[in-house]
Design a protein around this ligand. Structure first.
Ligand code: AMP
Ligand code: ZN
Length: 112
């Protein structure tokens, strides 16, 4: 999508701090970290949010979770939180599907 920040990051048009990349997804450090480790994993193809996941593109999400499992192990993280905000009230500010991976501090439940 031409006017999407995360499409531009996935395409390398906007610089980011890369954590992982393959043909399907891209992971990079959040610019405003909310934990000692805080990175985002996004599909390279534009999907607006979890609300746009369907039977045709769900394999991308499954792949992203396999990547999260692999990358967190490589980083030595044994406890972490995966979050995806959907819609304004839940706090979604970038309308390209992304999974936050947060780790390295105590976390509260329920989230605010
Ligand atoms: P959300 O509010 O759930 O949509 O998450 C969007 C996240 O993207 C926020 O945590 C922002 O800090 C992060 N973010 C925004 N712009 C950038 C950027 N240029 N590079 C890295 N992370 C970003
Ligand atoms: Zn996009």
């Amino acid at each position: 999508m031409s006017d999407c920040l995360f499409c531009k990051i996935a395409e390398g048009q906007i610089p980011s701090s890369k954590v992982y990349e393959d043909e399907v997804c891209y992971a990079f450090n959040d610019i405003s970290p909310q934990a000692p480790t805080h990175f985002l994993v996004i599909p390279k193809a534009h999907i607006g949010s979890v609300a746009e996941v369907n039977e045709d593109n769900a394999a991308v999400v499954a792949h992203i979770f396999a990547v999260i499992s692999k990358v967190t192990k490589e980083l030595g993280l044994d406890s972490y939180r995966v979050v995806s905000n959907i819609g304004e009230q839940a706090g979604q500010s970038v309308h390209h599907l992304h999974f936050h991976v947060l780790s390295g501090r105590d976390m509260t439940w329920p989230p605010g």
